[in-house]
Ligand binder design. Structure first.
Ligand code: PEP
Length: 249
């Protein structure tokens, strides 16, 4: 049976106490969840949330990391520091990093390689803007982000890579891609990965959909053959909305 992967990106929300309270509620409410669940609190709450999820089925993730291991990189966090806190996964290339902080595909690729070299799993986010979609550039843009993001990644390391397709126009806007549209893009991403590696790796790849996923649209999205999970922003901030998404079946 397919095992879905549901991840919650808490973004720049919640104090340490609020983060721990939510993590504890999820540990309790998702103890029987059949699918894989990851939460990515703010850096400031990682250590405390690591304690709260210890021994549970919830994976601890980070929302970003720097492209270096250590040194004079003011304000950055390295994969060694994340591992030290018990983090096992990191979200890279989120559209907010690409568009608000001007992260390039080259920088994202450096982070991808570094994360994999230091034993972290990762979620590589890709997605087009509305202008790019309307200009008929969806496949060019998403294909480029996948190819550049995965440049230099070995076939063996692909087991630690998840891709999240997050159309930028659907993030935090309440607009969701139709399940059919999302499925088509996921199939396209799989074909790009197949051309980079092989069919078996492309078929085994987990591709999450992200963009205004809510309890009432999760079932239809997950029903699509190429959708293997969700990266959830707004609805991951409350147990009342995240738990039903993680337990959509
Ligand atoms: C996200 O930030 O990755 C996201 C998908 O946000 P939202 O669910 O709020 O659209």
């Amino acid at each position: 049976m397919k095992r879905y992967y549901i991840a919650g990106n808490w973004k720049m929300h919640k104090t340490v106490a609020e983060s721990v309270a939510l993590a504890k509620a999820l540990v309790r409410d998702l103890a029987d969840c059949k699918d894989r669940v990851m939460i990515a609190p703010a850096f400031t709450a990682l250590a405390a949330v690591a304690e709260a999820v210890r021994g549970s089925n919830i994976v601890l993730g980070a929302q970003n990391m720097g492209p270096d291991i250590q040194g004079a990189h003011t304000g950055e966090v390295s994969p060694l520091m994340l591992r030290d806190l018990g983090v096992s996964s990191v979200i890279l290339g989120h559209s907010e990093r690409r568009h608000s902080y001007f992260e390039t595909d080259e920088l994202i690729n450096r982070k991808v390689l570094l994360a994999l070299d230091h034993g972290l799993e990762l979620i590589l986010c890709v997605g087009e803007t509305l202008a790019e979609r309307e200009a008929g550039r969806l496949e060019d843009v998403v294909g480029f982000q996948v190819r550049e993001g995965l440049k230099g990644v070995s076939a063996a390391k692909m087991a630690s890579v998840t891709i999240a397709y997050e159309p930028v126009w659907a993030i935090g806007t309440g607009k969701t891609a139709t399940p059919e549209d999302a499925d088509m893009v996921h199939a396209y991403i799989r074909s790009v990965v197949s051309s980079l590696f092989d069919k078996a790796i492309a078929e085994a790849l987990v591709i999450q959909y992200g963009g205004s996923v809510k309890p009432d649209n999760a079932v239809e999205l997950m029903a699509k053959v190429n959708i293997d999970g969700a990266l959830v922003g707004g609805a991951s901030l409350k147990a009342e909305t995240f738990v039903p998404i993680a337990q959509f079946r």
